[in-house]
Design a protein around this ligand. Structure first.
Ligand SMILES: Nc1ncnc2c1ncn2[C@@H]1O[C@H](COP(=O)(O)OP(=O)(O)OP(=O)(O)O)[C@@H](O)[C@H]1O
Ligand SMILES: [Mg+2]
Length: 256
């Protein structure tokens, strides 16, 4: 079993504190959801875990099986089994989707155990079929000209190809039509197991009808303010952030 621990994490962007002491422990075998109002720091948390240099960690720790993640370079974090599906996936012209994934997979493997082209293509075909993706998408430049939903589906393809220990999925459901939502959920559920843990950032209960989380966290103003089971997401849907913050005695202004 692997553990990803986030302890009292404070993160600033251009000297403005965004995360104000986040505590969260994720274990393989578990799926956690994070919900929270816009601008509360959910994507900042994912960026800090993956090591985006624009996000300055001013206090706290991120530990992967006790190892200090904050000292690792970005590529090392990926090699050690961390994966991020970004809210806005980047386009990389000039590199095909297949090339990108094969390089990423092989970067994680030892010299004597690289995946050869045939093995890679077999796995790729299998995963693309499961995600109902047309074959030609593998040969297109990474995310270039992909529709919003295609990008999201492609993030799940990368997830299934790379098989990380921990995946942070930042709004993987945004902009998806109902069929695509089901396909994305199918991919994540396929990954579920003792060697996989995931942190799913979402605004809507809808995704959680297809991927049942073990734990739900509510994040507000740079902190995790409430943690519960799957029912917490349903409660949130019914009460909204205003209702929940009132109960907790947290100041929260609804946007008008
Ligand atoms: N590169 C940046 N430069 C300046 N401010 C930033 C930057 N990145 C994030 N912020 C600010 O940090 C705050 C938190 O942003 P973040 O993207 O983490 O929110 P979020 O919870 O993911 O919101 P959403 O639900 O809208 O995706 C916001 O006020 C945002 O404007
Ligand atoms: Mg975000």
């Amino acid at each position: 079993m692997s553990t990803l621990e986030i302890k009292n994490l404070h993160v600033s962007i251009e000297d403005k504190e965004i995360l104000k002491g986040v505590n969260l422990t994720l274990k393989t075998g578990e799926i956690h959801a994070i919900m929270g109002p816009n601008g509360t720091g959910k994507s900042t948390l994912s960026a800090a875990i993956m090591g985006n240099p624009n996000y300055e960690v001013t206090q706290g720790e991120i530990l992967l099986d006790g190892e200090n993640v904050l000292e690792m370079e970005v590529d090392e974090r990926a090699r050690k089994g961390l994966f991020l599906a970004m809210q806005y996936p980047s386009e990389i012209p000039g590199v095909t989707n297949a090339e990108f994934m094969r390089a990423a997979i092989n970067a994680k493997r030892p010299e004597e155990d690289k995946l050869n082209v045939m093995q890679f293509l077999k796995k790729l075909d299998q995963k693309m079929a499961l995600l109902n993706m047309p074959e030609e998408m593998a040969e297109r430049y990474l995310n270039e000209g992909f529709s919003g939903g295609e990008k999201k589906r492609n993030e799940i393809l990368q997830l299934m190809m790379l098989e990380p220990s921990f995946a942070i999925l930042d709004e993987i459901d945004s902009g998806l039509d109902i069929d695509a939502l089901k396909v994305v959920a199918k991919g994540v559920n396929e990954m579920r197991g003792d060697n996989f843990g995931s942190l799913i950032i979402t605004h809507y209960q809808r995704l959680l009808n297809y991927i049942t989380p073990d734990v739900v966290h509510i994040m507000m103003d740079g902190r995790v303010v409430l943690t519960g089971d799957a029912d917490l997401a349903k409660r949130l849907e019914a009460e909204g952030y205003a209702g929940i913050s009132e109960e907790l005695g947290i100041e929260y202004k609804e946007e008008v």
